[in-house]
Design a binder for this molecule. Structure first.
Ligand code: KG4
Ligand code: ZN
Length: 365
């Protein structure tokens, strides 16, 4: 069972963790949310600069909290795709430098594979196959998890990601950034049946609707029209905002639940693991849990600290790849986009003696 130090800098969290197999030994997360809040979203160049400032401190903290020496580390990993290119470059460069310096294999990790592995951290006995509902600020996917590195996307969003929809609707309602947590909080006091909102079906050319794909841009527009049709909302009418938040959240939860349950049943997958920041959403948790129970399906929601971006999930994925003998080329680059079905393109079938020798190193364990 491998012990891996991993660095995650794909967006606005600088995170470094040490994981042994599926056991978290340390997980340092420094969020930049406050830095980006005035802009209403993540500013890529600002994110990169903050990663540069924090990453060395986070590496030192993660090693100290894990209480290990470099002799105990079997590999160094970093998120290399998908994400903000400048931000990814910071983590990958730090990871490669550590790998070369300490003569360890380097592993470039796919961010979404990391979100899948978050479920293993909270449920170490979990084994594929299972269905992963991945709902974050950048992605909304239904992924058939077949094995380490073997994934098939069965459904996805055709436009906005679920988290992006939460963020955009929060902006419409002047609730600030990020939108998910604040809408979730407000929705607790609102009436989810107050405003009927569309589910966002995706039409097929041959007629009918795609059973697993979703669309959230129409829902966002419906909320915009709704806010325009209402008299100006004053601070004293916060209950109207809460009703809109609750109605919107329920529409998202209904759409995701319907597709996820249909997909699990059609593919005979009895376990659904949810990942990504929107997995924290209480409306989605309640809806999906209830619908799954009705069908006799098991749903796993990782604890919130593993739902949002963190390096522990990246380290866990890397440790599994390392156990399978996978290692990335030291020449690996970062990519802003990459389908999860291409994960194995990040790894070489064999360790890479030629490239290691070019750096004056030998393949070290
Ligand atoms: O996975 P994540 O931390 O970063 C990405 O890889 O995108 O997800 C961030 C997203 C944001 O859009 C945020 O608004 C959303 O997750 N989010 C939530 C909640 N907490 C975070 N959405 C709905 N309800 C929440 N409680
Ligand atoms: Zn993420």
């Amino acid at each position: 069972m491998s012990t891996v130090l991993a660095i995650e800098t794909s967006c606005d969290e600088t995170s470094v963790a040490v994981v042994r197999g599926r056991q978290v030994l340390s997980n340092v997360v420094s969020s930049q949310v406050a830095v980006h809040q005035p802009y209403g979203g993540v500013v890529p160049e600002v994110a990169s600069r903050h990663h540069v400032e924090i990453v060395n401190w986070a590496i030192a903290q993660a090693m100290q909290q894990a209480d290990l020496s470099w002799d105990d580390i079997d590999g160094v990993a970093a998120t290399v795709a998908p994400g903000l290119v400048g931000a990814l470059l910071v983590g990958m460069t730090a990871g490669k430098t550590l790998a070369i310096l300490h003569q360890k294999p380097f592993l470039g990790v796919h961010h979404l594979e990391g979100h899948i592995y978050a479920s293993y951290l909270s449920e170490p006995s979990l084994q594929p196959p299972f269905l992963c509902l991945l709902v974050s600020g950048g992605h909304t996917s239904l992924i058939h998890v077949k094995d380490c590195g073997n994934y098939e996307t069965l459904g996805q969003t055709r436009d906005d990601a679920a988290g992006e929809a939460f963020d955009k609707v929060a902006r419409l309602l002047n609730l600030g950034y990020p939108g998910g947590p604040v809408i979730d909080r407000l929705a607790q006091t609102g009436n989810a049946a107050a405003f009927p909102l569309p589910e966002g079906k995706v039409s097929l050319p041959q007629g009918g609707y795609h059973p697993y794909d979703s669309s959230f841009s129409g829902l966002k527009t419906a909320v915009l029209r709704l806010t325009q049709s209402l008299p100006p909302i004053k601070a004293t009418e916060a209950d109207v905002v809460a009703d809109i938040a609750a109605s919107f959240q329920a529409a998202v939860a209904r759409a995701l639940t319907k597709r996820t349950i249909a997909c699990a049943l059609d593919y005979g997958l009895t376990t659904i693991a949810v990942g990504g920041g929107v997995a924290a959403n209480s409306g989605l948790r309640d809806h999906l849990q209830a619908a799954a129970a009705e069908q006799g399906l098991r749903v796993l929601f990782p604890p919130l600290k593993f739902c949002t971006d963190n390096a522990a999930m990246i380290a866990c994925a890397a440790a599994d790849h390392l156990d399978q003998g996978h290692q990335s080329p030291i020449t690996l680059g970062v990519q802003s986009r990459m389908p999860i079905s291409d994960v194995m393109q990040l790894y070489l079938p064999q360790p890479e003696p030629v490239l290691l020798a070019a750096h004056g190193l030998s393949a070290a364990g």
